[in-house]
Design a binder for this molecule. Structure first.
Ligand SMILES: Cc1cc2nc3c(=O)[nH]c(=O)nc-3n(C[C@H](O)[C@H](O)[C@H](O)COP(=O)(O)OP(=O)(O)OC[C@H]3O[C@@H](n4cnc5c(N)ncnc54)[C@H](O)[C@@H]3O)c2cc1C
Ligand code: FES
Length: 281
């Protein structure tokens, strides 16, 4: 979204009211929210919104649904502190404020005809679901789509039923990893998200890679990609989270060197970040 558009749209500065239609527990710490807005959000995969609890404050939350023509917004919220704790106490029929969408997301057209490897660690699957949903719905337009998800234990995995449906599509492979089974039933694999990468047999020239997860994951996934495939840095996208306050390039909270994560990110090409080691630290 251009800064001219951001200036023109009051919905970016003033929260609009959104009604919670459904809330579901995904894990002990994460809840899924489906909200209805007054008009379609008009977002790109990978963008985020600022969610307001009137009188309390705002926090940045990724949009987890793919682009849609209706007025629906889907989010997954981890109970991390005061604000997210209050949001966790809300139920269907309650309202929240929403500003956005913000940031630079993914241009789906750039993925057409490409093989795509998506690596999502922990909550990283939440923003990347907004990219995967439209890709898998239209999978004939893409090459081979491989998703590797990672969670600490089976109790922390997200969207498993949806992942099982994706796995049934032609040319879609879903590999679910957990660090440890923690003595829980588990039919996926055990290990880190880096474990399956070497055996995927990627064609580096045809492949686009997308990463989102904890910062430590980036370092090791990038090393593993480099060891086996040499995917060009322009073809590796990294979805970064930084502390954000305004969302519109004014407060500086999200700054990494001269880059404002809320506007130039959260989705970056690795080629844009290579000179900023602190971005991936
Ligand atoms: C672009 C972006 C997208 C995000 N998407 C999601 C999402 O889809 N779902 C979700 O649950 N959370 C998401 N977050 C993180 C979310 O914004 C924070 O968890 C939230 O602001 C915490 O607010 P709080 O008042 O409840 O907790 P606070 O009291 O502010 O903080 C509680 C704890 O969370 C930590 N924390 C606060 N902000 C962040 C942050 N940005 N990153 C990591 N740790 C943080 C604090 O250090 C503290 O330990 C996103 C953040 C960004 C910047
Ligand atoms: S969040 Fe304020 S400048 Fe980016």
């Amino acid at each position: 979204m251009s800064s001219a558009q951001q200036t023109a749209d009051p919905g970016l500065y003033l929260p609009r009211s959104a009604r919670i239609e459904a809330v579901a527990d995904l894990t002990a710490r994460e809840k899924f929210f489906r909200l209805t807005l007054d008009r379609p959000l008009g977002h790109q995969p990978g963008q985020f919104v600022m969610v307001t609890v009137p009188g309390m404050g705002e926090c940045a939350i990724s949009i987890t649904c793919g682009p849609r023509e209706d007025n629906i917004l889907e989010m997954v919220i981890r109970k991390a502190g005061n604000l997210t704790g209050v949001i966790h106490g809300l139920k269907a029929g309650d309202t929240l404020g929403v500003r956005g969408p913000f940031g630079r997301g993914f241009d789906l057209a750039e993925f057409h005809g490409r093989d795509v490897l998506v690596v999502a660690g922990g909550l990283g699957l939440v923003p990347l679901r907004s990219l995967l949903t439209p890709m898998i719905a239209d999978h004939g337009r893409f090459g081979r789509i491989t998703l590797i998800t990672g969670a600490r234990t089976p109790a922390e995995t997200l969207f498993r039923e949806e992942l099982a449906r994706w796995r049934e599509k032609d040319n879609v492979e879903v590999i679910e990893m957990v660090d440890s089974t923690a003595h829980l039933p588990w039919d996926g694999r055990v290990g880190l998200v880096t474990t399956p990468i070497g055996a995927l047999g990627l064609d580096a020239a045809r492949t686009t890679v997308v990463l989102c997860g904890p910062p430590v994951m980036y370092k090791f996934v990038l090393l593993e990609l480099d060891r086996h495939y040499h995917v060009p840095a322009e073809r590796i996208f990294i979805d970064l989270e930084r502390r954000m306050r305004c969302g519109v390039g004014k407060c500086g909270h999200c700054q990494i060197n001269q880059a404002y994560c809320c506007q130039q990110g959260p989705v970056f090409r690795y080629s844009e970040l290579r000179d900023f080691p602190e971005a991936l630290a």
